[in-house]
Write a protein that binds this ligand. Sequence first.
Ligand code: ADP
Ligand code: MG
Length: 154
Amino acid sequence: MSGLTLFAADEAAMLEFGARLAELTAGRGVIYLLGDLGMGKTTLSRGIIRGLGHVGAVKSPTFTLVEPYELGETQAFHFDLYRLADPEELEFLGIRDYFDGDALCLIEWPQRGAGILPKADLTITISPHDGGGRSLHLTAQGQRGEAWCVALAG
Ligand code: ADP
Ligand code: MG
């Protein structure tokens, strides 16, 4: 399987999909989130992070670039690189620390970090769906992402 397209009718469906995906990841891996402003990348991240047991707010890391979440057995790092001027800035954020371990990294606007970010296990591209809601196109970049897609397609 190389790709999978799913539909999320509303915000609740997006959060629910996030929870399903969270369970599959068990809090480990790298997910790129593509799509224009307002497509639901942060909403989906919120669903994933809450699905891993975080209770409380999941705010957009637009100004902080990254927000960490302690999840007991694992950690999640939620990036929004929209405001990143130069991928080299990621070095100053201590990017190695985020990607060295066994955490889950959710990355909005990964294009801004090209050349510095590690490769994704899964890329999710969110686009408007005719008649409302969102289309989610998933592409796996390796075995781990492939296994998630197979499970989600079933
Ligand atoms: P982004 O991080 O991509 O800029 P946000 O997650 O901040 O986008 O979401 C923008 C808006 O889209 C929010 O008002 C949210 O409720 C809405 N939204 C999220 N998912 C869906 C969906 N599947 N269908 C319709 N609206 C959605
Ligand atoms: Mg966002």
